[in-house]
Design a protein around this ligand. Structure first.
Ligand code: UDP
Ligand code: MG
Length: 331
């Protein structure tokens, strides 16, 4: 359907023909029963001020609380589409499910806890009117986080950017406005193991960053503990950099060069001073060190291989279990 309409020669009337909303909001929600209703009311109130038509897509990412029940109830009063994923697939996949379902001329991704103040919506739209195809929010500061999380984030982005062909801005949020072109480009990518913050940069387009301060989460708790962040970080590193694979050539060459020099030194020393007492401790240390280095390198290879394996299997990134949309006639 989309493809047929795209080929029509009169793009000006397309939005009218397809009943395309000006703006789609994509809200991934995992156990957000305490937030979702308030969030949608606030988003709707803000959207009514800024655009003629909008839709709100709530993606329930396998919540175990009443998030989906609340999302379904919201379809009675707002142009909401409530999707329920069959299990918890993670935020990246929930965002993709929402992007694929969205139809708006532009899409805004929002967290369900509304930590990103909605007053910035107007700025996002203003920059879009200036010709930017993607406008994203960057955290002005991270003082509210622990030093461990801050250090982890800083190291992660330094490692990521040292090997990535496109710059991946540190501290960027998923909160962003994207033109339909950008959304279509993201949806067309075939990879399933997605690191969205990298992909936003990879697809390119004219982009603009705005700096924001985050509000506190009103209800519930953050879903990203250290383990979740570490997993996401590994996905980012393996999908955007190949240096962890290549670095072993350098390490191997350095160890080989050191061994040759050490071998030469032993030969010369033996020629001059004769045979020394056998150095079994040096031998054990060398064997253990090399064994460790080799196991680490195999582990890194395995990490990449596991991801190739996951891609080759071709399983979908998410499964939609329920799709509950508001009546299209509704305002
Ligand atoms: N989220 C999700 N699936 C997950 C984890 C989180 O859809 O597996 C959603 C969550 O409901 C929220 C957004 O992603 O709307 C951001 O999560 P959170 O607020 O926990 O992250 P933080 O703001 O602490 O980085
Ligand atoms: Mg949050």
């Amino acid at each position: 359907m989309n493809r047929q309409l795209k080929s029509l020669p009169t793009p000006g009337i397309l939005p009218l023909l397809r009943n395309v909303p000006d703006l789609s909001f994509v809200i991934p929600a995992y156990n957000e029963a305490g937030n979702i209703t308030k969030t949608v009311h606030r988003v709707a109130a803000e959207a009514r001020k800024l655009v003629r038509s909008y839709e709100i897509i709530i993606v329930d990412d396998g919540s175990t609380d009443s998030t989906f029940k609340e999302a379904k109830a919201l379809t009675a009063a707002h142009p909401v589409c409530a999707l329920r994923l069959s299990r918890n697939f993670g935020k990246e996949q929930a965002i993709m499910a929402g992007l694929e379902r969205s139809t708006g001329a532009a899409v805004v991704i929002l967290d369900a806890d509304l930590q990103e103040p909605l007053c910035h919506l107007e700025t996002l739209l203003r920059h879009r009117a200036e010709g930017f195809e993607m406008v994203y929010a960057v955290r002005a500061q991270r003082r509210d986080e622990t030093w461990r999380k801050r250090a982890f984030t800083r190291t992660f982005y330094a490692l990521l950017n040292s090997g990535s062909e496109t710059a991946i801005p540190a501290n960027a949020r998923d909160f962003r406005l994207m033109d339909r072109k950008v959304v279509d480009a993201l949806c067309a990518l075939p990879e399933r193991n997605r690191f969205m913050k990298g992909l936003y940069g990879w697809v390119g387009f004219r982009t603009k960053a705005i700096s924001i301060d985050l509000d506190k989460r009103e209800a519930g708790v953050s879903k990203f503990g250290f383990r979740g962040l570490f997993k996401l970080g590994l996905t980012g590193l393996t999908s955007f950099t190949a240096w962890p694979l290549r670095v072993w050539t350098g390490i191997g060459m350095t160890i080989a060069a050191c061994s040759i020099l050490y071998g030469l030194w032993i030969a010369i020393r033996t020629a001059i001073f004769g045979i020394d007492v056998p150095g079994w401790s040096t031998l054990v240390v060398a064997v253990m060190l090399l064994g460790g280095v080799q196991l680490i390198s195999i582990g890194v290879l395995g990490e990449y291989l596991a991801r190739v394996f996951a891609e080759v299997k071709g399983r979908p990134g998410f499964i939609i279990a329920e799709d509950h949309s508001a009546d299209p006639e509704q305002p």
